[in-house]
Design a protein around this ligand. Structure first.
Ligand code: ATP
Length: 274
């Protein structure tokens, strides 16, 4: 059976609750800091593993406690971490999220080890086969993502791109991806950029998702935290496709998993008991 190979990012997320965001030069007090696990690549690899297929994460962490804890966490979720690297010249990727009392966020991302992913890491994709799905969000250097898409395509794998956070990639790269997944905001930016995408899949939040002529409703739930819903959707969709599900079945499975993901805090579910 095929595997989902996620070529992507991970980050330790520090959430700081505060009454209001600081102005330039100002110091404000925060409530208790909360540590969460994030990064689109790792979120998607966890979702694929939970969907019951082999899930391989290709990514980097720093030589620090946060990085080592994250590798162990992925392993507990059943993600194959053999293609991960601990780098000595950068810390584990970190995001600092300032949450104000009205629910508005300010986010600062320090990519750290994620931005040590380079062309040499394409060799980690050399064992891809025609049964595999290569899944990539965009939190890595864009030239490396584009080259990885070509490498996966050359190996005969299905290449799935999640155009998040939005960035323009060459039209020939977008054309070889099946599908390119965007949310509504990214779909608007894609249209503004005048970029044509043959296989576009748009997630529509509580409205579900659309892939060409196919639509799927979201499972009605009362969300607790929608962070990472798109990642759960992408990872589960990739798993379903590599299991051989048709598009309609894969969409339905992805929507179900994404809706379940909004029922807990954080982008990833709590760790399973070992
Ligand atoms: P995020 O950036 O928060 O990870 P996103 O903007 O990439 O998410 P969305 O389109 O908001 O992606 O959501 C992805 C999928 O998650 C939807 O297609 C839907 O299946 C599910 N989903 C999102 N919000 C809800 C909700 N309020 N109720 C049920 N399902 C939801």
């Amino acid at each position: 059976m095929g595997r989902v190979i996620v070529f992507g990012s991970l980050s330790q997320d520090l959430h700081l609750p505060m009454q209001r965001h600081p102005r330039t030069g100002e110091t404000v007090m925060s409530g208790d800091i909360e540590y969460r696990f994030g990064g689109k690549g790792a979120n998607q690899a966890v979702a694929a593993a939970r969907a019951g297929v082999g899930s391989v994460f290709v990514g980097k962490v720093g030589d620090d406690p946060q990085g080592r804890e994250y590798v162990e966490r992925l392993r507990i979720f059943g993600v194959d971490t053999s293609q991960m690297e601990i780098v000595e010249d950068a810390p584990t990727g970190t995001a600092i999220i300032y949450n104000d009392k009205d629910g508005e966020n300010m986010i600062v991302v320090a990519p750290g080890a994620n931005h040590r992913m380079g062309m040499a890491d394409l060799d980690r994709l050399d064992d891809l086969t025609g049964e595999d799905v290569l899944l990539m969000p965009l939190e890595l250097p864009l030239d490396v993502v584009a080259a990885a898409a070509w490498r996966g395509h050359e190996r005969g794998a299905r290449v799935m791109l999640n155009l998040a956070p939005f960035a323009e990639l060459p039209a020939d790269v977008l054309a070889l991806c099946d599908p390119v997944v965007v949310n509504e905001h990214e779909a608007d930016l894609l249209a503004q950029a005048g970029l044509e995408v043959p296989e576009l899949l748009t997630t529509l939040g509580a409205e579900g998702a659309r892939w060409g002529d196919l639509t799927v409703p979201a499972t009605p739930v009362t969300p607790v935290d929608t962070t990472g819903a798109g990642d759960a959707f992408c990872g589960t969709l990739a798993a379903a496709l590599c299991r051989g599900a048709d598009r309609a079945a894969a969409l339905a499975e992805a929507a179900e998993a994404a809706s379940a993901n909004v029922l807990h805090h954080g982008a990833q579910p709590p760790l399973p008991a070992e």
